[in-house]
Design a protein around this ligand. Structure first.
Ligand SMILES: [Zn+2]
Length: 94
């Protein structure tokens, strides 16, 4: 798992700023949390280079938006297909 010392190193590296919304936090702020750049479900590791500082609200929003088993690419593909459907006159699937 991620040790406290590693967390602090990542927070300090990122300047205690959320990698998503840019919220500036103070050291030891309760809002501070970590996120994996490459999800563990996709083989991401707990190395510092794969970790990014994130505020708790963003992390929670992300957890709610990304169900277990899903990943960014799948969501992106879904969104892309939805948009493509809007702009494509004939949808062969219907
Ligand atoms: Zn944030």
């Amino acid at each position: 798992m991620i040790s406290g010392a590693k967390r602090l190193r990542v927070y300090r590296r990122d300047g205690y700023a959320c990698g998503d919304c840019g919220r500036q936090m103070a050291p030891f702020d309760q809002m501070l949390s970590l996120d994996h750049t490459l999800p563990r479900s996709k083989g991401g590791t707990d190395t510092e280079s794969n970790l990014v500082t994130m505020c708790e609200p963003c992390n929670q929003r992300k957890r709610n938006r990304v169900p277990d088993g899903a990943d960014h690419f799948a969501l992106w593909l879904h969104e892309y297909r939805r948009l493509a459907g809007v702009f494509t006159a004939a949808d062969p699937g219907r």
